[in-house]
Every structure is written in C-alpha cells, then in structure tokens.
Design a protein around this ligand. Structure first.
Ligand code: ASP
Length: 307
C-alpha cells in the first residue's frame, strides 16, 4: 500500500522471550524507533487488540503495554490470575487461543514460571515476555536503555552497576544482556545470599564492592528486594539491608557527579533506596516509565509488521 506508515524495524522473530532473542542491530534500531515515538512521531495503526495476560501483579508494565497498544490503534483485552479461567485450570496456551479468538493480535504475558513463554507452541499471534519469574523482563531493559540514551549518554563503554537482589531479579538479567549487547560494562554488588558465587560470570558481569561500584559507575541500577520470591534466611533485617546495601541519600553523594540512577519500580522506600533518591535530578526513575510506553509501542509495531 503506497504511503502506508511502516515500522522501520525488521525483527527476525515474533516472540520476544529474552534479550538474547535480539541482536545488537535490532536492538539499536528499536531504540531509534522508540525515541521517535517518544518524541511524538505517529505510529503505524493496526486493528484488533493487545492482550495483557498477567499472572503476577503489575502497575507500570501492564498499563504501559495497554498505553502502547493505544498508540498503535489497538484495543485492550486483559486477563489476571484472579477472576480468570486459569483458576478453573485453563492453560496459558488455551487462554492465548481464546484471546486471539476475541480479537487479540499480540499478547504480553507475565508469569511466575521462568521460561513459560519459551516452551509454548505457536498460538498464532506474536508474544512478548512481560516478566517470567526471576528469569527475564526484556521490555524493562528496552525502556532503561532508551532512558539512558535520552539523557544524552552513550551505552558503549558506560559502566553500569546493578545493586541488590540479583538472585531473584529478571530485571538484572535482562539489563545485563541488553546493556552489554550495546557495549556497556556490567558490575554487580549485593549481599552474598542474593548474589551467590558464579552468578556474576554467568551474567557476563564483574563482582565489585558497593563502595568501588558507586565510585566508578556511570549508571547505578538499584533493584527492588523481591521479598515475594524469598524464603527465610536471605536477610537479617530490612534496616540492616538499608545500612549495608541501600542507596541512601548519603551514598548518593558519593556517586560521580554525572552518574545517573535507575530503578525499575516499584520501590521499597527506605529499604533499597531513600525517597530523596527517587526525586533527585540524577534519577531516571520516572523517565524509565515513560520510555516503557515508547519502547513497547516500537516493539509491537515491528512484531505486528512482521506478520
Ligand atoms: N517491576 C519489575 C518487575 O516486574 C521490577 C520489580 O518488580 O521489582 O520485574
């Protein structure tokens, strides 16, 4: 169709499970397109609905998939664990076929089970992993990369320090993959119970002390303590966690003056970071949320075009 607006991004696949499903070229082009959409360029328009299938809680991610869908002209269909037929034993696969029959042309899926989406047979529509347990949350990494670029920073050569509950964090895994793919160096710091030996090399990252990391980092990503994924014994107390590992207002003063702070949200104020940090001019936290809409729109536009 002459003149029809098309996504400038070509993806090799129509299912995004981990950041490693993208290559550096695709990632870069998605970020370029995300920036255009962030700056208000029109998006390609589609018919049908984006389905959000969320079997874990969400404020930012679910709403931003729906908002991104609206930018693409899509309606929304929504399924949660409570009140849906999953309580009657319906499988994820059957739920997705049902949503497709109701008009879904793409679905964002969040499950507590790592790898749930990778194992699913084709359901006839593109699928985006919106967080699978501790494993991956690729669209969070897309949002974070755009937030850093919009702040005028190069990813290539940047030193990204990820702090805290690495063990349970899908955000850490996706960020480590995505930032490294574009040439950043990844450093990890956290209590040994939440950052066991072997995890840093497995993520292509270097283990550092918090003090060294804060002194060196260009970007500091603070993680939420994933208390819902913890059994007993990981932490002595929340107060002690803050003292040892929290990005307190005092520690913020030890960062490089031009360092930027990220947190995927939701924050445990007064635990992994102090409230002052959230609203500090160096914090990208609210920008990350806005970038999530633009990047999810860029991603879904490209995936829908590939069909
Ligand atoms: N919102 C992010 C996630 O769903 C981070 C978090 O919950 O800590 O993974």
């Amino acid at each position: 169709m002459p003149g029809r607006l098309k996504s400038p991004v070509r993806l090799r696949q129509d299912r995004l499970v981990t950041m490693r499903d993208l290559d550096a070229g695709e990632l870069d082009r998605l970020l370029v397109r995300g920036r255009e959409l962030f700056e208000g360029q029109p998006a390609e328009q589609f018919q049908g609905a984006v389905a959000t299938v969320f079997y874990e809680n969400s404020t930012r991610t679910r709403n931003s998939f729906q908002e991104a869908g609206r930018r693409l002209g899509l309606d929304t269909l929504q399924v949660g664990r409570e009140g849906s037929s999953i309580q009657k034993g319906e499988t994820l696969e059957d739920t997705l076929h049902t949503l497709r029959a109701l008009g879904a042309v793409i679905a964002a899926v969040r499950t507590p089970e790592p790898g749930a989406l990778a194992e699913l047979p084709d359901v006839g529509i593109p699928l985006v992993n919106a967080g699978d347990g501790w494993r991956q949350h690729p669209t969070q990494a897309l949002a974070d990369l755009l937030a850093v670029r919009l702040a005028g920073r190069e990813i290539q050569g940047a030193r990204l320090l990820i702090v805290g509950d690495i063990l349970h964090s899908r955000v850490a895994r996706s960020a480590a993959d995505g930032f490294a793919m574009l040439g950043a160096e990844i450093y990890l710091a956290g209590p040994p119970t939440l950052l066991p030996p072997g995890l840093a090399p497995a993520l292509g990252a270097r283990l550092v002390t918090l003090e060294d990391g804060l002194r060196e980092a260009d970007l500091v990503m603070v993680l939420r303590l994933q208390q819902e994924r913890m059994e007993r014994g990981y932490l002595p107390s929340l107060g002690e966690y803050r003292r040892e590992w929290g990005l307190t207002a005092e520690r913020l003063g030890r960062l490089r003056p031009d360092a930027l702070v990220l947190h995927p949200g939701p924050q445990n104020r007064g635990v992994e970071l102090d409230a002052e940090v959230i609203y500090d001019p160096r914090s990208l936290i609210h920008r990350q949320i806005a970038c999530g809409v633009a990047m999810r729109a860029a991603l879904m536009e490209a995936m829908l075009d590939a069909r």
